[in-house]
Design a protein around this ligand. Structure first.
Ligand SMILES: *Cc1c(COP(=O)(O)O)cnc(C)c1O
Length: 227
C-alpha cells in the first residue's frame, strides 16, 4: 500500500517536472493525523521527510517511533505559538511557518547550538486571507533579515498555502507570485533554495510554477480520519 502510493506520487511529480521542464521537487509526506505505523511503513518504502501540523502530535509520534524518528527529517507545517517554540526547536529539523518577528526570536533562543541551525521558511499569506496565518508579502524582507541575523537559524526560503479551489488552475497566479518573491529572496541569501508549495490537489500546477518542495498528505496516506 505505502510503496504503491509513494510510487504513484513520485511518478506524478516526475511527470509534472518533465512536462514543465523543471527539476523534480522534494516530497514532504504530510503525516498529520496518521498513526506512527503509517510513518514507519512509508519510511520503510524510502520516504525520509515528514510534515506535521501540531507540536504535541509530533512529539507523541516521534516517541512512538523510537529510533526510527531520529533517522527521519521532521518539518513543522502548522501554525506555531511562541510558547511552543522551545519544544518545536528541539524536535523539528525545519519550521516552515515562521511569520512574525517574535517567533523568530523565540526559535533562535531555544535552538540548541550543538544541533546545528534550525532550517526555516517564511510563511507568506499569498492570497491575503483573513483566515490564514503567514506574513504579508511586504513583511517578507524584514522577517528574512531577522532570521538571517541569528546563527541558530538558517533561512531556506518560502512556504505558501494559496486559497483552496476545486480547479487547481485557479491557484496558478498565487503560485506565480510566490515564485517571484522566492527569486527575490534567493538573490539575497545564499542558503535559500526552497519554495514549499503544492498539495495533493494542485501539485502539478505548483511544480510548473517553480515549487522545489511539495507537501502531500491525502495522495500518500489516503483520506485523513475525521477529527
Ligand atoms: C494538510 C496539509 C497539507 C497536505 O494536504 P493534502 O491535501 O492532504 O495533500 C499540506 N500543507 C499543509 C500546510 C497542510 O496543513
Amino acid at each position: 500500500m505505502s510503496t504503491r502510493l509513494l510510487n504513484a506520487v513520485s511518478l506524478r511529480l516526475r511527470n509534472a517536472a518533465e512536462a514543465a521542464d523543471r527539476p523534480v521537487p522534494r516530497l514532504l509526506a504530510v503525516s498529520k493525523t496518521q498513526p506512527a505505523e503509517a510513518v514507519t511503513a512509508l519510511a520503510a518504502a524510502g520516504q525520509r521527510a515528514f510534515g506535521e501540523n501540531y507540536v504535541q502530535e509530533a512529539v507523541a509520534k516521534a516517541a512512538a517511533l523510537g529510533e526510527t524518528a531520529g533517522k527521519l527529517e521532521w518539518h513543522l507545517i502548522g501554525h506555531l505559538q511562541s510558547n511552543k517554540a522551545r519544544e518545536a526547536a528541539a524536535l523539528f529539523d525545519w519550521v516552515q511557518t515562521v511569520d512574525r518577528p517574535r517567533l523568530v526570536d523565540a526559535l533562535a533562543r531555544h535552538r540548541d547550538r550543538a544541533r546545528g541551525p534550525l532550517d526555516v521558511l517564511v510563511q507568506v499569506n499569498i492570497d491575503d486571507e483573513a483566515s490564514k496565518h503567514g506574513c504579508r508579502p511586504d513583511q517578507m524582507d524584514a522577517l528574512a533579515q531577522a532570521i538571517a541575523s541569528h546563527p541558530t537559524l538558517r533561512l531556506r526560503g518560502l512556504m505558501v498555502i494559496p486559497t483552496a479551489h476545486d480547479d487547481p488552475e485557479l491557484a496558478r497566479p498565487s503560485f506565480r507570485r510566490a515564485r517571484a518573491l522566492f527569486e527575490r529572496l534567493r538573490g539575497q541569501y545564499p542558503a535559500v533554495d526552497t519554495l514549499s508549495m503544492g498539495m495533493s490537489g494542485d501539485a502539478e500546477v505548483a511544480v510548473a510554477e517553480g515549487a522545489t518542495m511539495v507537501r502531500i498528505g491525502t495522495a500518500l496516506f489516503g483520506a485523513r480520519p475525521p477529527k
